[in-house]
Design a protein around this ligand. Sequence first.
Ligand SMILES: [Zn+2]
Length: 208
Amino acid sequence: MAGFIRVITGGMFSGKSQELICQIDKARASGNPVDVCYPRIAERQSPRDIQGRVMAMDDQSGVQLFALGTDEFSFGTIRHKLLSEIIAIDEAQFFSPHIVDVVKKWRHEGRCVLIAGLDMDYLEQPFGSMGDLMCLADDVVKLHATCSSCHDKPAFISHRVSPSLHQVEIGETNYVALCLECHRKLCSGDRQRKEEYGALRETARHPS
Ligand SMILES: [Zn+2]
């Protein structure tokens, strides 16, 4: 069998894991066992996580779940763990850059690799190895959520609502999906509030 790499990507809430689970189910229904892996740090016991979605499948026969450390994605470490012809990887942006070589080798071995992951972080930077994986892929599916503010335009930005500045801040409650226009409005609103707050503090310090 010829190897194949498919990348399913997009922002938060764009339906990446749902698309991945559809493809896993299709492969399973055709009688092909699937190994599904995801980074252990993304384990949140939510029904929307890939493990929750696998558990909710009507028929899970032939599907095996693996929670891996983010550095565990070296070929020597996982080649003896993931043995199916079809391998599905969720939240691929969190894995170390070794994932690129591993996926390449799997394709040379004739395996089919289905990858889902965030395209960009909240600062609009390519996330982890997703850019490299997209270059490598035979097929890229890019999905968009609908903007959670105007409920009209496609969302391009996973806007972080929590104050943390770390690249990795896990949890859907920390983000909203926004289109460019709503994101711009929100950010200028933030700036205006900060300026007003600064002016208020100055007035309090130096009352006229
Ligand atoms: Zn919008």
